[in-house]
Design a protein around this ligand. Structure first.
Ligand SMILES: [Zn+2]
Length: 119
């Protein structure tokens, strides 16, 4: 005793022993609650299946995302190496030019020094 049921149609509280609501007469067989709980379990199972399915889906998504990231990284590395190679080539030719300029400048300064020494 003491367990109460809240009527579905009039929201009145009454003893769980009673088969129908004493206020509005709605039938309330004890079996109904079990049926309701069974339905709840079914819903819960459906939810679990849904979650499992979405988990699998998410896993697939993550896999493809990782693959995309790897491809992007490879492409970026190729671009970076290509740029480095090209700039290295340019750097080499530029340093050659610089060496030539440096040699020319040295030649000029030595000439000037020679001139001032002579004066
Ligand atoms: Zn009622």
């Amino acid at each position: 005793m003491g367990q109460k049921i809240i009527c579905r149609s009039c929201a009145a509280e009454f003893d769980a022993d009673l088969v129908r609501c004493p206020f509005c007469g709605t039938a309330y067989a004890p079996g109904e609650e079990k049926e309701y709980m069974g339905k709840l379990d079914g819903i819960r199972e459906d939810l679990h299946q849904e979650i499992g399915r979405s988990d699998k889906h998410v896993g697939k998504g993550v896999g493809s995302t990782v693959r995309t990231i790897v491809i992007v990284i490879i492409v970026l590395l190729m671009i970076v190496f290509g740029v480095l190679w090209l700039s290295g080539k340019e750097e080499r030719s530029r340093s050659d030019r610089k060496k030539q300029e440096f040699l020319q400048n040295q030649g000029i300064t030595t000439e000037q020094e020679v001139e001032t020494d002579g004066m």
